[in-house]
Design a protein around this ligand. Sequence first.
Ligand code: PGA
Length: 250
Amino acid sequence: MRRGYYIAGNWKMHKTRGEAIELAAALTAGLKDGEHKYLVAPSFTALEAVGSIVKGTNILLGAQDVASEEQGAHTGEVSVLQLKDLGVQVIILGHSERRHTYKEDDALINKKVKLALKHGFEVILCVGETLEEREAGQAEVVCESQTIWGLSGISAADVAKITIAYEPVWAIGTGKTATPEDADAIHAYIRKVIARLYGQSVADSIIIQYGGSVKPENAAQLMAKENIDGALVGGASLKADTFVPIAKFA
Ligand code: PGA
């Protein structure tokens, strides 16, 4: 059985330090009595400040990416060691903006997943098809391939530290949400892929979040689906007024 719902906020490239502190404080207050697993992923520049606010609460601290090398001459990159030093617990990897805008391929993402696990982080591995791929009837194969690649070389014990986020690229930041039925179908398919790789009990327990224009108005319908175990929220995670109701969906 699944370990409960997991709602994560990906703040992307938004918020100055002061704004991030304000939001983090509002979320710790708003989610104090929340019953699920929660995460916020601010920009690198706000990790330390937000970390000091969420420390000891029911909100985990996440980073939105990490370098694929441990350390060294990699101008502009941020290493796992630096994230660990700031108290980061979870790293989001393979987000569609990293895959498509910054041309990260499956091999690079897999390298990052392995490095993050080696250093004790939990990982949210994002997968999802583009509109063209969906229209060509390839949604399932694309998600299957990204899942298999992302998890390549990862043991069943380490998979326990991985959450999958299904984020159809055409639904991210567009206001278009996959219908709960469509999303659930892909989640079920991904779960089958996991069962094939790691066995049924791992597949039954892995958390699969949905991401793509999740809002207070659609969160409960999505979460009601059998295979949807949480959400990775972008735009609506930027305000406590919208993130708290999603996180406490009824
Ligand atoms: P969105 O973004 O909620 O703004 O669609 C989701 C994501 O990219 O994680």
